[in-house]
Design a protein around this ligand. Structure first.
Ligand code: ADE
Length: 247
């Protein structure tokens, strides 16, 4: 099984790329794909860039040209649920596009011609990555000590709904609007639902792992950049390592 590993920021995927053995680089469509072995498993890792279009073209290339059997997207997100704190992990279950709006032709959030407002990752497909995230948090006391320096204590792992859109949410009014219109949504990011739509079209299995880097309010950009610089890659590599070792 060949796994495609995607991240939307270099910081999110850097440690994964540095850990690949027998690495080969392929340039395609403005992306660099890093193929090789990660913890003994065949993978191809790529920095997809930001936003739904960049993520969708990258996912399509992974599926059509690299012929991956599965995609795992790791990255950061802004909390929409008030129960989430910076450092918590969200495993995506249903993915909405919060900026999709073809009213009055269709209801808000409906994906044109798909007769749905979300794409769903089945519970069974999420089991291994959920265990991997829980094991990563439970078994890494050094990392937890490092997190506690930023007042991140006892991070939790939850499975739930995610909203994606071509917007960096850094405004309490925009956050509250998403909370009101999509009340089940736990966090917001800029790629997941686009990758989920591509994977749905090609029937490619998918996991999306998001670590909360900010609370999607006015301090979001400084909190997100700080989190990306300090912790994002440790989470991505740590969770993927646990996942691959469980295969
Ligand atoms: N990724 C991380 N934080 C985010 C935010 N606040 N909005 C959109 N995407 C994000």
């Amino acid at each position: 099984m060949l796994i495609g590993l995607m991240g939307a920021m270099p910081e999110e995927i850097e440690k994964i790329i540095n850990s690949i053995q027998d690495k080969k680089e392929t340039q395609n469509g403005n992306r660099v794909y890093h193929t090789g072995k990660l913890f003994g498993h065949n993978i191809v890792a790529v920095f997809s860039r930001w936003g739904k279009v960049a993520a969708a073209t990258t996912a399509t290339d992974l599926i059509v040209n690299f012929k991956v059997d599965k995609i795992i997207f790791t990255g950061v997100a802004g909390a929409i649920s008030d129960d989430l704190n910076i450092g918590d992990v969200v495993i995506a279950e249903r993915l909405f596009q919060h900026d999709m709006d073809a009213r009055p032709l269709m209801k808000q959030f409906e994906i044109p011609l798909m007769n749905t407002t979300f794409f769903e990752i089945k519970k069974q497909e999420n089991l291994k990555i959920l265990n991997a995230a829980n094991n990563f948090i439970a078994n890494n006391s050094d990392f937890k000590n490092k997190l506690s320096k930023s007042n991140i204590n006892m991070p939790k792992v939850v499975v739930g709904d995610v909203a994606s859109g071509d917007v960096f949410v850094a405004d309490i009014a925009i956050k509250q609007n998403i909370q009101k219109k999509l009340p089940s949504v736990l966090c917001v990011e800029m790629e997941g639902a686009a990758v989920a739509q591509v994977c749905n079209d090609f029937e490619t299995p998918l996991n999306i792992v998001r670590v909360i880097s900010d609370t999607a309010t006015e301090k979001a950009s400084s909190h997100a950049m700080d989190f990306l610089n300090k912790y994002a890659s440790d989470y991505s590599l740590g969770i993927i390592k646990e996942y691959i070792q469980s295969l």
